[in-house]
Design a protein around this ligand. Structure first.
Ligand code: GDD
Ligand code: MN
Length: 371
């Protein structure tokens, strides 16, 4: 029996006495205005302040407000997962208690899920999203965490957002091993989902109380990334696995390109009698063509996307990125070898690896954007 309510808004709390009454009221107002039959589920980690009695009192007056007080395994992610388990609806919305997440957007998340998305993500990093009042240090940390998360989920602009909605089937039965702050990463990495949408929002820093983010949160995050990677590799399925498969294929294609390049350079110079620099230019271009064809068909599986002008467009993009990659390679080689005195073969290998990362990242995001 999970359809008692249309939606469960899960609010994890730890010492939120200044905010909790107001945020519950704001959520209930959104329910009223939008006609959503929703419940509010506060999951508290044994707050030391007055959060618990305040919520108890509100729950006594509102049937749709409930409180869970946890006493073990303290943690934001753990609390959210416990909320998933206790929710009495099939759509879950997670929000912070401190008004960082605009409650008036809740109906948009709800409609996105009802419209077919498995996960709706509030994004600070897409067009229309932003962060207000964050000190530079927090911005940098967050950008770093986000960039790292995007290696795992390249299509998600804000994989560490704390503001998201998810369908029950995505998380029920999923082996979530929550730790730290980044519960959304866990859901993305281990949940059963196919589609997601992102909804831009402006993150407002808390006015009352203080952030509970600590250094530990960051090491937790790195461990979580490693755990999600391990999970997808052993299970050989899911979005992260698909991504790593693409990276591996892109690498193999790159390797094939080196053979094409060397072979042609040799053949054109030795047998066709061309000046070796002319041979090299032809060899480079033809290896780019070789790599494009394999990546288009195999790595990014665009075989069914046969519209000729789209293919030409992708090739043009790949060509430009590859030339850029060549420049990156040369620049690193020159910088390391000439300026820092690194042995030139080592410098070149470093250049190749950095150019590879460049080529993959840019091509993934532009050339084969939606594959
Ligand atoms: N139950 C429980 N247990 N709740 C917690 C805990 C905990 O250990 N720690 C924090 N919370 C609650 C807070 O009470 C608040 O409602 C919410 O989780 C977010 O905590 P903040 O301390 O305000 O987090 P933040 O503003 O630094 O971090 C925000 O941004 C991150 C992305 O940069 C949050 O939205 C995170 O979820 C998000 O990942
Ligand atoms: Mn906050």
């Amino acid at each position: 029996m999970t359809d008692t309510y249309d939606l469960t808004v899960i609010i994890p709390t730890f010492n939120e006495e200044e905010n909790i009454a107001a945020i519950i009221e704001a959520v209930n107002e959104v329910f009223l205005r939008s006609g959503i039959h929703g419940e509010v589920l506060v999951v508290d980690d044994s707050s030391k302040d007055r959060t618990i009695p305040i919520v108890q009192e509100i729950a006594g007056q509102n049937d749709n407000v409930r409180l869970i007080v946890r006493t073990e395994d303290h943690g934001l992610s753990q609390s959210v997962v416990e909320g998933f388990g206790a929710a009495r609806s099939d759509i879950f919305q997670v929000i912070d208690a401190d008004f960082s997440h605009p409650t008036e957007l809740i109906p948009r998340f709800y409609e996105a899920i009802r419209g077919g998305a498995d996960i709706a993500i509030g994004s600070r990093y897409m067009k229309g999203g932003d962060i207000e009042q964050w000190p530079l240090k927090r911005r940098v940390i967050s950008l770093g965490a986000t960039a790292f998360g995007r290696i795992l989920f390249p299509e998600v602009t804000d994989p560490v957002s704390g503001f998201f909605a998810v369908r029950r089937e995505v998380v029920s039965g999923a082996p979530l091993a929550p730790r730290g702050y980044k519960i959304l990463m866990e859901v993305l990495g281990k949940g059963r989902w196919r589609s997601f949408v992102e909804i831009p929002f402006v993150f407002k820093d808390r006015e009352e109380g203080e952030s509970k983010l600590r250094l530990e949160t960051m090491t937790d995050y790195l461990r979580q990334c490693a755990d999600i990677t391990r999970f997808s590799v052993t299970r050989r399925a899911g979005p992260v696995w698909d991504e790593w498969k693409k990276i591996a294929r892109f690498g193999l294609v790159g390797l094939s390109g080196i053979f094409v390049n060397m072979g042609l350079l040799y053949a054109l110079t030795e047998f066709a009698g061309l000046y070796y620099l002319i041979s090299a230019a032809i060899a480079i271009e033809l290896s780019i063509v070789n790599n494009f064809i394999w990546n288009d068909i195999w790595t990014f599986g665009a075989a069914d996307n046969l519209r000729f002008e789209r293919k030409i467009q992708r090739f043009g993009s790949f060509q430009v990125v590859s030339m850029g990659g060549l420049l990156v390679n040369m620049a690193v080689l020159f910088l390391l070898a000439d300026v820092f005195g690194v042995y030139y073969l080592v410098a070149n290998l470093t250049g190749i690896l950095i150019a590879f990362a460049w080529n993959y990242a840019i091509n993934r995001h532009f050339t084969w954007k939606s594959m």
